[in-house]
Write a protein that binds this ligand. Structure first.
Ligand code: B3K
Ligand code: ZN
Length: 882
């Protein structure tokens, strides 16, 4: 199979020969099989005329074809061809009705793509190419059709029958019942959804800006009915926000969300019937952390926003995926920023981008946000398409300004409503609405890699001129040696000695709009006039472009920016640069066998952060958290996992010892409030808890029995998961063996009936810094609560270990690599998408020393040599070994 995997190119795109105006589906659901009857109203694509009628090639996989009828004439099997990917027919008319019946097996579908079962319910996942596992179809996003769907099933086992749109009929016969749903909006097959099960729902309503009442329903399995309030509130907030910020109103009379336990990703935006991973819907204080609450809010918003950016205006082909994903991530991150703390959200997003997307951009799977080739589209739901895609949209927002951007999106939605379009169409709408040329900007769509932006300064006190020279360079990526200069908006300020922003007055060449300068050349100098003293530049404020900024800041500059910059993001960034420098020096000491030392500047900076009561607690917590190990890997030439871990840990330890008093004061003050006030998932409460837990994690390094008592108290007597899980995490990483074991047992007993909490329990152990973590993970795979068939379990145990447990995964014996490869092979046939995702850490082999490289490569080669590799796994392994 592996060598039959083909590469698909954007340049080969052809409009479809046929269109499907109407799609009528009937599902008969049974325990051992499902019958799917499809009636397709097909006609030739008027835009593609030729003399002869072309063949009709319908996509279909794993379908048992029973009948084919064209315009009421049964077609016998001599008149069509079927292979494992398609059904080919020769039509004799320009328009006709094609009816097919197929038998499928959702009950044995472990790939969780197409129609499958999660626990006892039936559900679907069709994006990107899952619909072809349901029936023969033109399974491509530029074929948009009006769907009518009838579902018939056993009444007792499946009392709830749902599909897209509005329910228009229903009935009952003996022990079976049926319901018919109709979606008035044309849509591609990837947005089709079906659910059948024994579900309960919470109902609410939303009145739109034009006073239309929309029914809102969130369906869950009965035991989860008390965990949907947060998702419902998030949904209503999202609907209001999209009206206020984008002028977008919801368009059906009903909006439904269904939560399922077995789901390959977070959620799916099917028209009117979103299907969610339970982890992105269910949240209540006792079982979900603050982070989980925020994830629910963000994902609910993301899927809801797709109703316009994705569904009403969809993608022409899958190369355009970022058209809907980048834009929608930008929309949801702005929503979250408006609902919570804007600066904290920006910090979190940038930390994520730098750790994960920069690493992807520097690795074998690097691709532009609009790729020009792929083998398996499922492999392209990446941090590049999503998160870098969102950064590109953010830059457009910066370039056009709030009003200009809104004019652009208004034109985009108006011009392309009901169409399947391209990234070019999106940029053109923005350009047309603002009469601006975005030709050069579009290089961000076609060139992969993270540009480096090196900045040099010079100050002339005689002329009072300050010069900044920018040099951009983008390293080569697979199939792209040379890059053209990007348009890079740099939001900036020049700080005087008092820490105030000087007015920016540009002289000579270059563009300055507000506080944003535009870099367009490979090398470019900007001159600022009337600068009375040598300033400290604050560059790339708010992280205005996804680049690696290099500027030779002195330690004093960084300390100064940390305290004075009026851009919160850059204050945090200065703290990170300072910490990185301190850690990297200790990496060198560790490797040379020299004693490690704590930089006094860093300690002083942390002490003053802790002493400054005027600061936002969330900001203090962000600034006190050292850069993640994974990020330290990403910025290393050759990453040494043991040295990185030891250096970072050493600094944490020293800070803990030296600033113990201050940490304790913050801890106790915040813990006291937590004990008095009921939990709320609001920004101020979250900020307080994150500082409290940050302080606790430092304090636990001081080996003080009194701190252990505090930690145990927090573990046992918290009314919320944020505090309880933080305490558990600290215990698991502590030297207090018996307390740790007891806490793990108690936690499991307390939450054994809540799979999402048990996922956390697995993850905490997978991330454990105890030396035997791999053995523990292997043992936990045999635990009664673990099953490799459930993606959440795989992610929380295997994924957490391989991605986050740096020293455990990269142990020198190669046992971590071998373990991961074994799991990839086990999942390859069972669930190719999950198998392929799990591979990510192995694809980064070039980052490590020669010995580890060999060990990692050997595992990739072992996977490559295996029988029957899925296209998903094949593509990633193949590209990683090139
Ligand atoms: N559009 C879906 C992702 C589908 C992934 C298919 N392998 C979720 C989202 O981005 O909203
Ligand atoms: Zn999305």
């Amino acid at each position: 199979m592996s060598n039959s995997v083909k590469t698909i190119y954007l340049k080969d795109y052809q409009a479809p020969d046929y269109l499907i105006d109407e799609t009528h589906l009937k599902f008969e659901l049974f325990e051992n099989f499902t019958m799917v009857h499809a009636e397709l109203h097909i006609r030739r694509n008027p835009d593609k005329q030729s003399d002869e009628l072309p063949e009709l090639v319908l996509d279909g996989q794993e379908l048992e074809l029973l009948t084919v009828v064209m315009d009421n004439v049964v077609i016998n099997s001599n008149s069509y061809t079927v292979d494992d990917k398609s059904l080919t027919l020769q039509p004799n008319k320009n328009s006709f009705i094609l009816k097919t019946t197929v038998r499928i097996h959702p009950e044995t579908n472990t790939a969780l793509e197409g129609l499958y079962k999660s626990n006892t319910m039936f559900c679907t996942q069709c994006e990107a190419e899952g619909f072809r596992k349901i029936t023969y179809y033109l399974d491509r996003p530029d074929v948009m059709s009006k769907f009518t769907t009838t579902i018939e099933a056993d009444q007792q086992s499946y009392p709830i029958l749902l599909s897209n749109g509005n329910q228009i009929a229903s009935g009952q016969e003996d022990d079976r019942h049926w319901a018919t749903w109709q979606d008035p909006f044309k849509k591609p097959a990837y947005l089709f959804a079906l659910v059948a099960g024994d579900l309960w729902c919470v109902e609410d309503s939303f009145t739109t800006m034009n006073q239309r009442k929309v029914d809102l329903r969130i369906y869950v399995e009965p035991e989860n009915i008390n965990k949907v309030n947060h998702a419902m509130t998030s949904l209503k907030n999202s609907m209001r926000w999209d009206e206020e910020v984008y002028g977008r109103e919801y368009d059906l009379d009903i909006f439904m969300i269904v939560a399922v336990s077995d789901f390959n990703m977070g959620a799916m935006e099917n028209k009117g019937l979103n299907i969610f991973n339970t982890s992105c819907v269910l949240a209540r204080p006792e079982t979900a952390t603050d982070m989980a609450h925020q994830r629910v809010e963000g994902v609910v918003a993301h899927e809801y926003f797709h109703n316009w950016s994705g569904n009403r205006v969809t993608c022409r082909d899958w190369f355009q995926l970022s058209l809907k994903e980048g834009f929608t991530v930008f929309r949801d991150s702005e929503f979250t920023a408006d609902m919570n703390s804007r600066t904290v959200k920006r910090i979190e997003d940038v930390a994520f981008l730098r750790t994960h997307q920069f690493a992807e951009d520097a690795g074998p799977m690097a691709h532009p946000i609009r790729p020009d080739a792929y083998m398996e589209i499922s492999n392209f739901y990446t941090v590049t398409i999503y998160e870098k895609g969102a950064e590109i949209i953010r830059m457009l927002h910066t370039l056009l300004g709030k009003e200009g951007f809104r004019k652009g999106t208004d034109l985009y939605f108006e011009r392309h409503d009901g169409q399947a379009v391209t990234c070019d169409d999106f940029v053109k709408a923005l350009a047309d609405a603002n009469a601006i040329d975005l030709t050069q900007f579009k290089r961000w769509y076609s060139q992969a890699g993270t540009p480096q932006l090196e900045v040099l300064e010079s100050y002339d006190s005689a002329t009072k001129q300050y010069h900044l020279t920018f040099k951009q360079f983008c390293p080569p990526t697979p199939n792209q040696e040379e890059k053209q200069p990007f348009v890079i908006p740099v939001k900036m300020g020049l700080l005087n000695k008092q820490g105030q922003d000087l007015p920016l007055q540009l002289v000579g060449e270059g563009t300055l709009v507000g506080d944003v300068i535009l870099i367009t050349e490979a090398e470019q100098t900007f001159t600022f006039a009337n600068v009375g003293e040598k300033p400290v530049p604050s560059l790339l404020r708010d992280f205005s472009a996804p680049v690696k900024l290099k500027f030779a800041y002195s330690k004093d500059d960084l300390l100064f920016l940390m305290q004075h910059d009026n851009d919160g993001f850059n204050r945090w960034d200065a703290s990170q640069r300072l910490a990185i420098e301190a850690i990297q020096q200790q990496v060198v000491n560790y490797q040379a066998g020299n004693p490690m030392v704590l930089d006094s500047g860093l300690e002083k900076a942390y002490a003053s952060l802790l002493a400054d009561s005027s600061l936002d607690q969330a900001m203090v917590a962000e600034m006190l958290s050292l850069p993640a190990e994974n990020y330290l890997v990403e910025i290393s030439e050759v990453a040494d996992p043991d040295a990185i871990h030891a250096a970072r840990q050493f600094i944490r330890q020293q800070l803990a010892n030296n600033l113990k008093g201050q940490f304790l004061t913050h801890y106790q003050a915040n813990r006291a409030v937590s004990q008095q006030e009921a939990y709320r998932a609001t920004a101020d409460h979250i900020a307080r808890r994150s500082l409290q837990n940050m302080a606790l994690s430092y304090l636990m390094l001081t080996d003080d029995p009194q701190v252990l008592t505090l930690c145990l108290d927090q573990f046992k007597h918290s009314d919320n998961m944020t505090e309880q899980l933080a305490a558990l995490t600290n215990l698991v990483n502590s030297p207090y063996e018996s307390e740790k074991q007891q806490a793990l047992v108690d936690f499991y007993e307390q939450f054994a009936n809540d799979p999402l909490v048990i996922d956390q329990w697995f993850a905490v152990q997978a991330n454990s810094q105890a030396g035997d973590s791999l053995a523990r993970v292997v043992e936990l795979m045999k635990h009664e609560a673990f099953t490799i068939k459930n993606p959440n379990k795989v992610r929380s145990l295997i994924g957490a270990f391989a991605n986050n447990n740096l020293t455990g995964f990269h142990q020198k014996t190669g046992a971590g690599y071998q373990f991961l490869a074994d799991q990839v092979l086990a999942l390859n046939t069972m669930n190719p998408q999950i198998a392929s995702r799990l591979l990510t850490p192995l694809t980064r082999w070039r980052k490590y020393d020669e010995e580890r490289q060999q060990l990692m490569k050997a595992e990739l080669e072992r996977i490559m040599a295996a029988d029957k590799l899925s296209s998903d796994v094949y593509e990633v392994v193949n590209k990683s070994l090139v």
